[in-house]
Design a protein around this ligand. Structure first.
Ligand code: NAD
Length: 274
């Protein structure tokens, strides 16, 4: 149902998935199983979301074969460093009830801690051991990506970063494209702050789609992978229904003008929370 993007390690990732941030632990299994049964094939989780057990349970409850579901989790800031990361990944796998994840990410670079290089070396080890099929990062900026690649020769397959119409990150996306790194957009709907803008509303009127669908389609057409979150079945269904229309070049250009460099989330250059 959803398109696949190639990764630089020979694997592929569904371009569209769903995210589990702030999904209550008690209902995560149900949300995950519902989403997978609607047609999603990628579940984005993280140790810090506190719902990895439900993420794993939902995958089992969906009845889908394990190999049809792309599972992501992330190493939290407090677990950075080589040995700690190895232990944190094992703990995540145990909570998920899985032998491996499809993608393991460093959640934030935490530049002042300066442990992301050792953490990356642990991810390389975990990939060699088959505990993570692919490895990548989240919230990394160009200098940190350059350092990882330069020091280890291993390029992350993906960088999951905040992208929405008000924060389009064109320079970072160009760097990703040059290095074969997939851009994956978090908070893709940007807290609804561009839903009422003229370019989005014009596309809504022409296509008959919702503002959320127009914006998610914009992500797909800039070549990004995207992981919207909804706990409502109708919302999950709406966010999956993106493949029967396209934005015109003029509509894409109009949405490009909405970039204000305004973040919804923290600035990754300064975010070090444990
Ligand atoms: P999102 O842009 O997906 O928006 C979620 C909000 O929009 C919710 O309030 C939801 O109810 C609402 N919504 C969803 N579908 C809608 C629709 N069709 N119409 C109107 N409103 C709708 O934001 P997010 O959850 O912040 O980000 C998505 C995922 O990205 C997260 O769940 C998580 O997996 C990931 N994420 C990662 C990081 C990171 O640091 N790597 C940070 C934040 C989020």
């Amino acid at each position: 149902m959803t398109q696949m993007l190639p990764l630089n390690d020979g694997r592929h990732i569904p371009q569209l998935g769903f995210g589990l941030w702030q999904v209550p632990a008690a209902t995560t299994a149900e949300t995950t199983a519902t989403a997978l049964n609607l047609g999603y094939r990628l579940v984005d989780g993280a140790a810090i979301y506190g719902n990895e057990a439900g993420q794993g349970e939902g995958i089992r409850r969906s009845g889908l074969p394990r190999e049809q579901v792309f599972v992501t989790t992330k190493v939290w800031n407090s677990e950075q460093g080589f040995d700690k990361t190895l232990r944190a990944a094992e703990a995540s796998l145990k909570r998920l009830g899985l032998t491996h994840v499809d993608l393991l990410l460093i959640h934030w670079p935490c530049p002042r801690k300066d442990l992301y290089l050792d953490t990356w070396r642990a991810l390389i080890r975990l990939r060699e051991e088959g505990r993570a099929t692919s490895i990548g990062v989240s919230n990394f900026q160009e200098p940190q990506l350059t350092r990882l690649i330069g020091e280890t020769g291993v390029t992350p397959v993906l960088n999951q970063v905040e992208i929405n119409p008000r924060l389009q990150q064109p320079a970072l996306r160009a760097f990703h494209a040059k290095h074969g790194i997939v851009t994956q957009s978090w908070t893709p709907l940007g807290q609804g702050k561009s839903f009422e803008t003229a370019p989005v509303q014009a596309a809504v009127r022409r296509t008959g789609k919702s503002p959320a669908q127009v914006i998610l389609r914009w992500h797909l057409q800039i070549g990004a992978a995207v992981i919207p979150r909804s706990t409502r079945e109708a919302g999950l269904r709406e966010n999956l229904n993106l493949f029967d229309f396209a934005l015109t070049e003029a509509e894409m250009a109009a949405i490009a003008t909405l970039d204000e460099g305004q973040r919804c989330g923290p600035d990754p250059a300064r975010f070090e929370m444990d």
